[in-house]
Design a protein around this ligand. Structure first.
Ligand SMILES: O=P(O)(O)OC[C@H]1O[C@H](OP(=O)(O)OP(=O)(O)O)[C@H](O)[C@@H]1O
Ligand SMILES: NC(=O)CC[C@H](N)C(=O)O
Ligand SMILES: [Mg+2]
Length: 489
């Protein structure tokens, strides 16, 4: 497991299509619109109905497929693809997906977005029974469990396996004659189904990947669902009925692209509404203008400005040539990283009282630098407003924030954070505000309006299995008591 948080990093993106000529290129375009979800590695596996063909490597999609011959080898009319930001396992080619496995009774490829919370225990057992793993990522466990139960037949073995693994997962599998998709029982990670004009089905992490390939959004894959797509079309099945929607609220807050629609909610509109509610909950009475922090907070900032009746200005600009994951090993380099990314627009902010709206604070590096930058550019006062609650607890479901040590809000109160970042004031949106702003229509009676908000209040929608012990150790006495009380309910 990683022990350093590199700011708020992405997770992974998956894309699968069945029944379209040049499925390799369609998948490439889909992954192109999912690149924001992972930049460590990328890959595609295709099938021509007989064999499976794979190309994967570390780096951005365009780097991985820089040589056209690597793309040309991927023949066939069905494919799955993956962009990776690892949560477990190293950044090595062995962990880059899709994985491809060869068996006497047929090859299989798989791609995963999410993280399994009982992977360590399962892997230990499998290894003790003779399994030899090729990677050190949690994802590979699936295939070993399927093979252990293959005497039941593939689909029963897959269903059994999906009931054994815990945590957050959106899986795609490709065999020579079908594409399979499965989502965890809480639907923590997003996954949607679309259809291309020729009738080919697409399953992918975000609907923005459907738009780029001209596919129409049909619906979201539901918690516990198992979809099989083959030459006869779409077969809808389930591997469990024990489900309750708890989609990751950080998808709406930060990860997903603003043009994606998740469970009927356009991400931009949810963010804008978070900004509006933030303006009501945390006004900044003496402010002259609102500015956003490109890219992810611009929607929320425009909502804040609208609700507060303040002008929305461009006080910060972003150098678009800096990758989202500007990973540096030391704090000094990380701060330099923010400077390479963002610059203040002096002519806009000089002599003004400024409200800065960002979507989240993880380590606090960005906020600290922004306050300093704006003050150096002559801002009279800087009021930080964050369109989500303080990020106090780790994520074990696929966001690379599984260690509490560097979460600023885990160690400091809001007034202390304000002082540390030398802001004139600091205010966060409440959990209730997040739930109201997103307002997932198909949440039913699921807690928190069908969202996972554990990062803010420690209320995880599932047991934490292998992570429980370490997590408990990271809590203070009061938090430990609250955790124990929750678990005993
Ligand atoms: O508190 P920190 O550890 O600095 O992390 C939080 C910052 O990171 C994210 O933006 P990111 O820099 O990833 O860029 P983006 O908004 O352009 O995606 C997020 O939107 C915050 O601005
Ligand atoms: N961020 C993710 O969804 C990662 C998928 C998988 N857990 C990996 O580490 O590769
Ligand atoms: Mg940001």
């Amino acid at each position: 497991m990683r022990n350093e948080i590199k700011g708020l990093n992405e997770e992974c993106g998956v894309f699968g299509v069945f029944g379209v000529p040049e499925a390799n290129r369609v998948t490439y375009f889909g992954l192109h619109n999912l690149q924001h979800r992972g930049q460590e590695g990328a890959g595609i596996v295709t099938t021509d109905g007989e064999h499976l063909y794979q190309h994967r490597d570390r780096g951005l999609l365009s780097e991985v497929f820089a040589d056209p011959s690597d793309m040309e080898r991927l023949v066939g009319d069905a494919a799955i693809g993956h962009v990776r930001y690892g949560t477990s396992g190293h950044n090595s080619i062995n962990n880059v997906q899709p994985f491809l496995f060869h068996f006497h009774d047929g090859d299989i490829a798989m791609a995963h977005n999410g993280q399994l919370t009982n992977a360590v225990t399962l892997r230990r057992k499998l290894e003790d029974n003779g399994a030899v793993f090729q990677s050190d990522s949690d994802t590979e466990i699936l295939i070993h469990l399927i093979r252990q139960n293959i005497h039941m037949g593939f689909m029963p073995a897959l269903k059994k396996t999906l009931n054994m693994v815990k945590g957050g997962f959106a899986f795609l599998f490709l065999q020579k004659d079908r594409l399979i998709a499965a989502l965890d029982p809480n639907g923590i990670r997003p996954l949607c189904l679309g259809q291309m004009p020729n009738g080919a089905y697409v399953v992918t992490s975000e609907s923005c990947a459907l738009d780029i390939v001209g596919a129409k959004l049909i619906r979201d894959v539901q918690p516990g669902e198992l979809l099989v797509i083959d030459k006869d079309g779409l077969h809808e099945d389930r591997y469990t009925d024990d489900t309750k929607l708890a989609i990751c609220s950080m998808e709406y807050i930060y990860f997903a692209r603003p043009d994606s629609i998740i469970h009927g909610v356009t991400v931009h509109s949810a963010r804008k509404q978070m900004g509006r509610l933030l303006a009501k909950e945390q006004p900044a009475p003496d402010a002259d203008m609102v500015i956003g922090v490109p890219n992810s907070s611009l929607s929320a900032a425009s909502g804040y400005a609208e609700a507060a009746g303040l002008p929305y200005e461009m006080g910060l600009i972003k150098n678009q040539y800096v990758a989202r994951t500007f990973i540096q090993p030391t704090q000094a380099l990380r701060e330099q990283g923010v400077k390479m990314k963002l610059s203040a627009v002096r002519g806009v902010v000089a002599g003004k009282n400024v409200v800065v709206v960002d979507d989240s604070i993880v380590r606090g590096t960005t906020s600290k630098q922004i306050v300093r930058m704006l003050k150096e550019a002559g801002a009279k006062s800087v009021h930080m407003r964050i369109a989500s609650p303080p990020f106090r607890f780790p994520c074990f479901y696929g966001i690379d924030v599984s260690n509490r040590a560097e979460l600023m809000a885990a160690h400091y109160s809001v007034p202390e954070m304000c002082k540390l970042m030398e802001a004139d004031s600091l205010g966060f949106l409440s959990v209730d505000g997040v739930v109201k702003a997103i307002n997932v229509p198909d949440a039913g009676d699921a807690p928190y309006g069908g969202l996972t908000v554990a990062y803010f209040n420690g209320d995880y929608p599932t047991p934490l299995y292998d992570f429980e012990e370490g997590y408990l150790k990271s809590l203070n006495e009061q938090e430990k008591r609250a955790r124990k009380e929750r678990l005993s309910k």
